[in-house]
Design a protein. Structure first.
Length: 444
């Protein structure tokens, strides 16, 4: 048992967890490989957020079942939220599986793999104390380092499976996080993204999320700081003030709204109403002028009427999010809403979704068009996959910018003029003149 193939589904927290697993595996002397065909063990780090996410993984497991028929010694493992969600059912129904490991079982992963070579293993206990705060992840190369600051979720939105798959909320101590940020910066990462299901509810001892932002802002070598996803109810004035005063905290926030109707927000147990959400948006826009906002919306929640849906659509027109992830409600076992009769047909969910997608695409394009001719600062990530004469990176407000390769190395900042837009990308022209001196990096 030497070589492991790890494949990741789901949110950024799963991506970060895979980096954590990679660190654990490598320290135990195991090697990570890029192709399942070269592996002694394959592990799928899975997501359970919507039914579709689980169906994708089940499809992929079918492919691994074929691989296992050719190589019966192959260990097939499922990790992550779906492992926790389906637990023993996975082991019983899918004969192909040797290992099922939930989000709190990664510390012992090398050992579990060894045991799984003998007989099927399930490690699905949720551990209220496990934060992995002391473990160094093996980060994928790039300019952006994901730093998990909090695990689990205590909000129990009535549609959401996460509190059941990831357990109760736990925050990682400030000292561990600052050490991780410093370490990432020393490895050359230039952007830090703090991760948590309700990242701004992070608190440890006497510190809250605003202290974490300020501490990260002081770490030399870090150029940009982002975080995802904050919960509207935890957007305190202290957090808003820190966002306004920390120059490395970027002017973009992903702020999940879910619905624009107070009635539905209550049924979802979101703990804020539209008045409060508006207050948060105003607080953000007044402290950070021009801040970009994105959101998540669910259509077709049980009980959502045409009027509720129209309230969502109207608020989105009013607030003008830069972008939005739009989802059809998917009933998830274990959640409270799972027991409620679905009142919106699949067809109607589809209609509502399409309407919002079209509306949002128009708004997003209009916002991007207002940037035409302006100058943006881009943190260069790499040469474009599609066209090697182009570089790409993100603007301060998290828009993807593609521009002619001016020799700026990944991790450096480039000044770019926006000369065109597509639905999701800004097209730019480098403002660097061949004779100009190296760019001065902000806070670098
Ligand atoms: N913790 C984050 C969201 C995590 S899940 C937050 O509270 O904002 C990402 C998004 O998936 C959610 O914001 C929600 O819009 C969507 N989602 C979660 N459960 C869902 C379900 N059962 N059906 C459809 N969409 C869902
Ligand atoms: Fe799920 Fe709500 Fe927690 Fe987000 S805050 S992870 S939507 S329960
Ligand atoms: Fe999916 Fe788990 Fe993330 S359910 S969205 S991988 S927390």
């Amino acid at each position: 048992m030497k070589r492991v193939f790890l494949e990741t589904y789901g949110c950024q927290m799963n991506v970060a967890d895979s980096e954590l697993m990679a660190g654990v595996l490598e320290r135990a002397g195991l090697e990570l490989v890029a192709r399942p065909e070269d592996a002694d063990a394959v592990i799928l780090n899975t997501c359970a957020i919507r039914e579709h996410a689980e169906l994708r993984v089940l499809g992929r497991l079918g492919e691994f079942a074929r691989l296992k028929r050719e190589n019966p010694a192959l260990i097939v493992g499922v990790a992550g939220c779906m492992a926790q969600h389906l637990r023993k059912k996975l082991l019983e129904s899918k004969r192909v599986l040797d290992l099922v490991v939930g989000p709190d079982g990664y510390r012992d992963l090398p050992n579990l793999l060894l045991r799984a070579a003998g007989a099927p293993v399930a490690e699905i206990r949720l551990d209220r104390d496990e934060t992995y705060g002391d473990l160094e992840p093996k980060r994928d190369a790039g300019v952006r380092a994901w730093v998990t600051v909090q695990r689990g979720c205590d909000k129990f939105c009535t549609y959401c499976v996460v509190p059941f798959t990831r357990g109760r909320e736990r925050s990682i101590p400030l000292v561990d996080l600052v050490r991780q940020v410093e370490h990432a910066a020393s490895q050359g990462f230039r952007e830090i993204v703090f991760l948590g299901q309700t990242v701004n509810s992070w608190r440890h001892d006497s510190h809250d999320f605003s202290d974490l932002l300020r501490a990260a802002n002081d770490v030399p070598g870090v150029r940009r700081i982002r975080f995802t996803s904050p919960h509207p109810s935890d957007m305190t004035d202290r957090v808003l003030d820190a966002m306004g005063s920390c120059e490395k905290v970027m002017p973009h926030v992903h702020l999940p709204l879910q619905s624009g109707s107070d009635r539905i927000l209550t049924a979802m147990n979101r703990t804020y109403d539209m008045a409060r959400f508006r207050e948060v948006v105003e607080g953000l826009r007044s402290r950070v002028p021009g801040i970009a906002l994105s959101t998540d919306i669910i259509v077709g929640f049980p009980g959502e009427t045409e009027e509720d849906f129209e309230a969502t659509s109207a608020y989105m027109r009013e607030t003008r999010f830069d972008s939005a992830f739009l989802f059809k409600y998917s009933a998830r076992p274990d959640t409270r809403a799972f027991k409620w009769p679905e009142t919106v047909s699949e067809e109607e969910k589809g209609r509502r979704l399409t309407l919002l997608i079209e509306q949002q695409m128009g708004i997003g394009a209009e916002i991007n068009d207002t940037l035409l001719g302006s100058e943006v600062e881009v943190l260069v990530e790499n040469i474009s996959h599609r066209d090697s004469s182009q570089l790409y990176g993100k603007s301060r407000d998290f828009k993807t910018v593609v521009f002619g390769n001016d020799g700026t190395p990944p991790g450096d900042l480039a000044r770019v003029r926006v000369v065109g837009t597509t639905a999701v990308t800004l097209l730019g022209e480098s403002l660097k003149t061949p004779a100009s001196s190296p760019l001065v990096s902000i806070g670098g």
